[in-house]
Write a protein that binds this ligand. Structure first.
Ligand code: XUL
Ligand code: CO
Length: 437
């Protein structure tokens, strides 16, 4: 295999005292936490769109990132080279998974038929590269938001011809995801939302979105695709109001439309914060409702307040996240996909390594710390003790639905004032800091 990233070697674990920026300090794939290897716990994936198609474009100027391997060749040759470089990168970084949108790996053609042909060509190459390197596909998806035909949405477009085009694209993207052994398929809302209710029939659009997802479920069954279907919540961007606002909104939509058994969620950190939730709130909601399948690992910036998609380096975030993932039983088909992009000034291929090494080390530390928290059981013991009354006679009667307001009134009159107890937040925050070091 031709090397494009010649100067960059395989990234190895050198331990916490290493000063080598191109080495892992904490991520050690075979090291065990709670009886399972770090690689199996974390299931890292590189996302193709940001890391290999991102150019650093922002609203004030065009891209700043120019990749040498894409220069001086036609767009299909550039696509082939980019895919080869990506697999070289995955291998040198030591990740076991990748994720892509149809249009990231194969540029769109003049017609749908040509786009499909181009995609087939690139999928054949991806299949070969997967088998040469052992890197697997975590999930695939379709880009139903970049082309101008989707400016008013895909499945929620006022024009059924656009709905049909999007359906055709999802059908094909699902087929190629299956061809590549994808463990999941993601539906992120793209432009499914609205800018103004003055031109929008929200009820009709949401019914169409449900119809679209139902068709996808039917087709998955027809072709025997076993991958996990996921919805990725996001509250805004690109539209002012995205329909898949947050985990709870997605859950309600799935329940209403009898789709809850067919979908789980892919929770993205920066989408959670855009919804004015914490990342761990969204993870906990998903876990509590058996909806937590996968994570798009990144972070936002409080001062910017938009979807900056930065690489995750905040230890509190990774500790909280892994504490929830571990207690939810870990990833099955999902993993940690770095849906994150290097900054506009980070123009060298080397920056892609720094970004991923930092993210992987931050999650490895998060995992180690969270595993210790689970093992010690101090936080769990506190919570159990706080709710201990519910295991008592009256608590159980309430939980089992054996009493009503009348019985509770009699009980309260007899009991008198319950007497409040401290929630001990500061004590618990200090205890968390004992672990984060
Ligand atoms: C957009 C986003 C997407 C999805 C896949 O904010 O997160 O890249 O992850 O379509
Ligand atoms: Co995402």
């Amino acid at each position: 295999m031709r090397e494009f990233l010649k100067t960059l070697k395989k990234i190895r674990h050198e331990g916490p005292d290493s000063k080598n920026p191109l080495a892992f300090k904490h991520y050690n794939p075979n090291e065990k936490a709670l009886g399972k290897s770090m690689a199996d716990h974390l299931r890292f994936a590189v996302c193709f769109w940001h890391s290999f198609k991102g150019t650093g474009v922002d609203p004030f100027g065009p891209g700043t990132i120019i990749r040498a391997w894409e220069q001086g060749v036609d767009e299909m040759k550039a696509a082939e080279r980019t895919l080869r470089v990506a697999f070289e990168f995955f291998t040198k970084l030591g990740v076991r998974f990748w994720c892509f949108h149809d249009r990231d790996i194969a540029p769109e053609g003049q017609t749908l038929a040509e786009s499909n042909k181009r995609l087939d060509h690139m999928v054949a190459l991806a299949k070969k590269l997967q088998s040469d390197t052992g890197v697997k596909l975590l999930w695939g998806t379709a880009n139903l938001f970049a082309n101008r035909r989707y400016m008013s949405g895909a499945s929620t477009n006022p024009d059924p011809r656009v709905f049909a085009y999007a359906a055709a694209q999802v059908k094909k993207a699902m087929e190629v995801t299956q061809e590549l052994g994808g463990q999941g398929y993601v539906f992120w809302g793209g432009r499914e939302g609205y800018e103004t209710l003055l031109n929008t029939n929200m009820k009709r659009e949401l019914d169409h979105m449900a119809r679209f997802l139902r068709m996808a479920v039917d087709y998955r069954k027809a072709i025997g695709f076993k991958g996990q279907f996921m919805i990725e919540p996001k509250p805004k961007e690109p539209t002012k109001h995205q329909y898949d606002f947050d985990a709870a909104a997605c859950h309600a939509f799935l329940l209403k439309n009898d789709l809850a058994g067919d979908f789980k969620l892919n929770i993205e950190a920066n989408h959670a914060t855009l919804a004015t939730h914490t990342f761990h709130h969204e993870l906990q909601y998903a876990a509590d409702n058996a909806l937590l399948a996968s994570i798009d690992a990144n972070r936002g910036d409080l001062l910017l307040g938009w979807d900056t998609d930065q690489f995750p380096v905040d230890l509190y975030d990774t500790v909280y996240a892994m504490y929830i993932v571990l207690r939810a039983g870990g990833f099955k088909t999902g993993g940690l996909n770095f849906d994150a992009k290097v900054r506009r000034q980070s123009i060298d291929p080397e920056d892609l390594f720094h970004a991923h090494i930092g993210g992987m080390d931050a999650f490895a530390r998060g995992l180690k710390i969270a595993a210790k928290m689970v093992k010690d059981g101090r936080f769990q013991a506190f919570v159990d003790q706080r709710y201990a009354g519910w295991s008592g006679a009256m608590g159980q009667k309430i939980e089992k639905g054996r009493v009503g307001l009348k019985e509770l009134e009699a009980y309260a009159l007899k009991q008198g004032e319950p007497g409040p107890r401290s929630g001990r937040q500061e004590l618990l925050e200090n205890m968390l800091n004992e672990y984060i070091r």
